[in-house]
Design a protein around this ligand. Sequence first.
Ligand SMILES: [Zn+2]
Length: 437
Amino acid sequence: MSGILIKNVNILTMNEEKTIIPKGVVAISGNIILEVGDSTLEEKYKDFITIDGEDGILMPGMVNCHTHAAMVPFRSLADDCGDRLRKYLFPLEQKLVDRELVAIGAKYALCEMLLGGVTTFCDMYYFEDEVAKVSKKMGVRAVLGETVVNFPAPDSKKPYGGLCYGEEFIKSWMGDDLITPAIAPHAPYSNDEISLKKAHKLSKKYNIPMIMHVAEMDFEYLYYKEQYSLSPVKYLNSLGILDENFIGAHMILLDEGDLDILQSNGVGVSHNMGANSKGAKGVAPVLEMYKRGMKIGLGTDGPMSGNTLDIITQMALVGKVHKLYNKDRTILPAHEIVEMATIGGARALNLGEKIGSIEVGKKADLVLIETTSVNMQPIYDYYSTIVYSANPSNVHTVIVDGKILVRDKQLIGIDFLNVKKELLNLRDKVETIAKEM
Ligand SMILES: [Zn+2]
């Protein structure tokens, strides 16, 4: 038998007991974790290709629960603008987003995610079939939802054209090992009741995730209060579309009743602290959600909203902002944040049986964080080191589905300089159009 053996690593298994194995060993066969244990296993797998982790930290691959990867050509534009979404983003997308831009943007974003230790991401955008092709080719696990909106979109002239486009996309990617197709109505305020119900019907018919921005914007909250005397969550609940396949991004403006609804319907949540704080949107009640045992993962949101695509940066923000907001440094201990970044995110995407922890039989999605860099020592608690000391440049090796995609901090089999060149070719076009806005 052949496979990969990772040795001399401190393993954060993120199993139910959060077992840590110092100087541990993980054996991988094909795309599956074959055995996890201490150094006595080395002898048994001496024929395997061996990776010496040099006393680094081996953790499950991180899950980015919410992004719009192909938006990367717009990153850092209009960062300080009040209504960036409606003034810049929507018009730019109308003018510039096409198949080519989506493929180029997704490729670049995937390089960045891999180098930052993200092995699974959940995306919603246009031409989502291009994102699927790129992800599959690069070997990254993904949940991908075609966007549905009430105006003509870059990939469909008719409002709500994403429903048709989305169903074709779902049909062509159903059953794929790496790619889980989904449907993604953009938000309650950018859809009507009929389109939301149709999207939910697709989610039911194919048993696939439904991704949506929810309870994110002040104007959204006020609109549903004024029109329906309901919160956005109660409005969606009144349509009967909240269930265990639903993944809500942001989920900031929630009351106790909303939390009851989300909990009892098994809704997954993407907590996007970087984008929420930069957008001055508020602090989501994640402590309350965690206490309720809800499925919570971390997300970056699109690179125009949050600027970064890795989850390590999010983890530090999550800890710091919640502690500051609650004036209590004891809340959200680092292990809970690492949980959200890994198994929590996997559960939010309904992939918890497959990924999110280092356990026998799970898919081999693993990240090795080196501990030799100047910022990484000393170590007293591996979780704290990852959340507060590490940065994406400490990601040393990344394995997705049993394949080594990053080794010695370099992408394997990807010509990054060419990917970057393609992205930078779009930059001047974006700037010229933005100047006219
Ligand atoms: Zn988003």
